[in-house]
Design a protein around this ligand. Sequence first.
Ligand SMILES: Nc1ncnc2c1ncn2[C@@H]1O[C@H](COP(=O)(O)OP(=O)(O)OP(=O)(O)O)[C@@H](O)[C@H]1O
Ligand SMILES: [Mg+2]
Length: 420
Amino acid sequence: MRPPPVLSRVPPAHRATTANLGAAYPFLSSPGLPGDGVVIGADCLGGAFRYDPFCLYGAGVISNPNMVVMGQIGRGKSAFIKSYLWRQSLLGRQAWVIDPKGEYSGLARASGVEPLRLEPAGSLRLNPLDLGGSRAELLEALLEGSWGRPLSPRERASLDVAIEAAGEGDGPPTIPLVMEALLSPRPQAARALCTDVRTLQEDGRDMALELRRLVHGDLAGMFDAPTTPGVDLSGPLVVLDLSPLYHSEALGILMTCALAWLAAFLAGGPGRQRLFVVDEAWAILARPGVARWLQASWKLSRAWGVANVAVVHHASDLAAAGNDGSEATKAAQGLLADSETVVVYAQPPGEVESSAAWVGLTGAEAALLPLLRRGVALWKVGRESFLVEHVMSDAERAMTDTDAEMTGGGRGRERVEATR
Ligand SMILES: Nc1ncnc2c1ncn2[C@@H]1O[C@H](COP(=O)(O)OP(=O)(O)OP(=O)(O)O)[C@@H](O)[C@H]1O
Ligand SMILES: [Mg+2]
């Protein structure tokens, strides 16, 4: 290109590190993301960092509103989610949270609502089959998740006719009704499949016995009846507290039932813009059928006006259920592909390579991961990257504190005082 006429020649470009340039031009800052949004904290290249999935979707920066948050234990993933939901609620956004550790009660209290607590034989029951269209997919996912293998064509067909028979009553079918229909199929169901009742019964028996666990076994009393009347979903925040089941090896199955029940209401038609958080989502992703089901509901986010958020520890959680190329790995890859915002907190050195590959980090970004301190994360939003320190107010810090037992601020402190 020819130099402009006032210059006899173009001066050589000056190169400097961003640290030096920051000193030379102290009032320059990162342009951040376009549009409005809640403030998350400080952009490490200067300025405040704002983020809003709905605005960014509208501006064409991202093509889906979903987010995956990953990071080592105790790095501030849940603290970020809690303050993010709190700030979004000030803009009128509603949030629904699956809370396996029972740690969102502070946020719920601040929002003026009580968490919905699920426990075996407790007072709350939710019917995961409230959702019309995808009952078969949900039960298939639960069974495949328990067995670690796909259903056979015979099993799938007998499940379909059982769901149909269970839905012939007044309300939506329930898991006990599906179980009964599997154990005692009707002659017309057998005829529809050109078989006899005895064969159909045999085809469905294993499935009935597996579902029996949710009806009579250790997991009874939560998902085995019509939904308890009067459950209020209109508040600014709905928290499903699953903490009594946190140590159950069936946690993923139970989280999926809870998710399916909430999804029934999300699908109920366009409403307010909502955020839907699955904390500790690794428990779901560890089960192949269930991971695929989660991916399918992730895909519906735009139609439902929902921004989904999944919280995991490492990228390897996403592939926990299978080897490379397995169906589970593909489902997890799909989930990540359908989450155009990925927030990566510190990762141990052994996890950096797989996180970088899964998330698509550059070498420089990957090298940062083991060095990030608590509360600092690498944000990948569409094609852009930001290094962001999450900043909280004192009130938010009190609401998000999960260190009370470690620091003596909670029951630990009460015990210390009691012994004085
Ligand atoms: N940005 C921050 N500023 C101040 N304190 C923070 C920040 N982020 C997190 N903390 C505090 O660190 C503690 C651990 O955070 P948090 O529970 O969010 O971790 P986590 O990554 O969700 O851990 P886990 O994987 O065990 O669920 C909390 O007490 C929280 O209040
Ligand atoms: Mg957490």
